[in-house]
Ligand binder design. Structure first.
Ligand code: A2P
Length: 224
């Protein structure tokens, strides 16, 4: 008899419920539209940044040409088991128990860089149990960043940019904030994206939502 081993997914994570996914995609478009129309944004555009060859034709929605098929917050990237620690992750009691359960994700900020656009996820204590302890160190080995600070939802990427870049970009913001650089307050957004807009140099923009966005999700694996 063959010993059967559980198949490991491409990644584990929280997958947004359809209605909430639609809402977040709309919100993301609204964010990019308001950002593109911000005077401060246009003023700080470097040559060619965000596809700005022609300032009057700037279209951020076009610039972020790619968007994931299913909006989700990755907890552990496994690459079907090729990544070390995947098996151990999958075997954790907390992971097995959470599998296929519903969770509400809290989004505290939206951000855009010349590479990616994403949402910052504030994990609850329950959700942090499913967060790998080395997720932040993996990207920024020299820094000690709060556990869960890489948690995000990729909303879009520029052509030729990998989705994994979104979490790296988010950690760049967190690192700056930790070192006391709060970003330059450059205005407000309204409506479904109400909040304060901060600029962190090098084309890094963050919108701190005045009211967190809550989306429903299911914790599961993606086998693609
Ligand atoms: P993210 O979680 O930022 O969206 P891909 O399509 O490239 O195979 O990636 C599948 C998913 O796994 C994406 O959601 C992606 O990024 C995430 N991902 C890819 N590579 C990594 C990695 N090395 N570490 C963490 N997450 C990754």
């Amino acid at each position: 008899p063959t010993l059967e081993k559980d198949l490991l997914p491409l990644y584990f994570g929280w997958f947004l419920a359809k209605r909430d996914e639609d809402y977040l995609r709309k919100t993301s478009h609204e964010f990019l539209e308001q950002l593109g129309n911000l005077k401060a944004f246009k003023k700080r555009l470097q040559p060619c940044m965000f596809g700005s060859e022609d300032k009057h034709k700037l279209d951020l929605m076009k610039y972020f040409a790619k968007s994931p098929n299913i909006l989700h917050c990755t907890s552990k990237f496994c690459d079907y088991g090729k990544i070390v620690g995947s098996e151990e992750y999958a075997q954790q009691e907390a992971v097995k128990k959470a599998y296929s359960k519903g969770y509400t994700l809290h989004l505290s900020a939206l951000f855009a860089t010349p590479r990616t656009v994403g949402a910052q996820v504030e994990l609850t204590a329950d959700q942090l149990l499913l967060w790998p302890s080395d997720a932040e160190k993996e990207v920024m080995p020299k820094d000690t960043l709060p556990r869960g600070s890489r948690a995000h939802i990729t909303l879009g990427t520029a052509a030729d940019v990998q989705d994994v870049q979104t979490g790296i970009d988010l950690l760049e913001f967190v690192k700056l904030q930790q070192s006391g650089k709060e970003g330059e307050n450059l205005g407000e957004m309204s409506g479904s994206v109400a909040g304060k807009v901060s600029y962190y140099d090098n084309g890094m923009w963050m919108l701190n939502l005045s009211q967190k966005i809550e989306v429903r999700s299911i914790f599961s694996g993606y086998y693609g």
